[in-house]
Write a protein that binds this ligand. Sequence first.
Ligand SMILES: NC(=O)C1=CN([C@@H]2O[C@H](COP(=O)(O)OP(=O)(O)OC[C@H]3O[C@@H](n4cnc5c(N)ncnc54)[C@H](OP(=O)(O)O)[C@@H]3O)[C@@H](O)[C@H]2O)[C@@H](O)CC1
Ligand SMILES: Nc1ncnc2c1ncn2[C@@H]1O[C@H](COP(=O)(O)OP(=O)(O)O)[C@@H](O)[C@H]1O
Ligand SMILES: [Mg+2]
Length: 281
Amino acid sequence: MQTITADILKKVIHQRPQNSFKGTFGKVLIVGGNPNMGGAAIMAGSAAVHAGAGLVTIATARENLTAVHSVIPEAMFVDYHDAPQFISLIKGVDVIVLGPGLGNDPTAEKVIQTVFANVASNQTLIIDGSAITLVAQSAALKDAVPTNAHVIYTPHQMEWQRLSGIPISEQNNTHRNQQAQQSLNATVILKKHHSEIYFLNGEIRKLMVGGPAMATGGMGDTLTGILAAFIAQFDASFEDRIQAAVFTHSKIADELAEAKYVVLPTDIISHLQSFMKRNCG
Ligand SMILES: NC(=O)C1=CN([C@@H]2O[C@H](COP(=O)(O)OP(=O)(O)OC[C@H]3O[C@@H](n4cnc5c(N)ncnc54)[C@H](OP(=O)(O)O)[C@@H]3O)[C@@H](O)[C@H]2O)[C@@H](O)CC1
Ligand SMILES: Nc1ncnc2c1ncn2[C@@H]1O[C@H](COP(=O)(O)OP(=O)(O)O)[C@@H](O)[C@H]1O
Ligand SMILES: [Mg+2]
């Protein structure tokens, strides 16, 4: 299995063309954050803004409106109960992140169904957190996962156990992980110490940066926003954009961990802009 090396950064992150505007750098929609977990959607949205997505909207519970606007004034808000507005947004973006802090109740299920029913073939759908757990638990949702879009699952080990049926103790079996990933017809980023990425073309990549300073709630939510921004704005291959995003997330954490005992998701978010500037090709 090949490891991801630092040269992926300059391959993917490029100087911005002079003749450009916000639309050049892609539109991202974050769908998540129930009234108890608004922070997850805010971290994902904030990461997408700071990693360079041109336009970011957060579809979340109305209770989160004030927090979203005060923490990320760059992002727009939509109430995920407002079906017409929500559906029109889903249709208008390049990348959708579905799941951070969404919760496991019937509202969450309905939100997931709405996204699945309205995603188109040129879009990328990142399925994370609660959305992975709900898809794993419901045959109806599993059947409704879009087959036309680029789908990426970002499970931690327990979420991967739920989705694939492979117990955590057996997830060191790369071949078995790959079989499960291929049967999902999607890319899988299996998050752990030394995360692994399983691509549809059969390639597998291992991440050798990142460490225990990252073990804080919200760290995976933050990764989804970075992924979305990299996929939405850069021109490199799909596989390279994903590797660059995953590398960036953990490499920033390693750099910060030289001086900090624990690295917070919001620390990573606030260092994205300078890290990308330093590592742009
Ligand atoms: N600020 C916010 O709004 C935040 C909102 N969040 C949102 O919460 C939602 C639920 O996500 P979740 O990951 O917190 O819970 P769940 O899916 O039940 O998994 C946890 C269970 O699995 C077990 N476990 C075993 N191995 C593991 C591993 N490698 N990595 C992780 N867990 C592992 C673990 O074992 P234990 O810790 O109990 O020993 C426990 O039994 C989701 O939508 C997410 O986005 C969070 O991001 C936090 C910040
Ligand atoms: N010990 C560790 N070594 C390397 N990376 C870690 C470690 N602990 C956590 N991480 C990283 O932090 C993120 C955790 O994701 P996740 O569990 O989904 O967080 P949350 O749902 O709380 O946002 C993953 O990217 C994972 O690889
Ligand atoms: Mg998570």
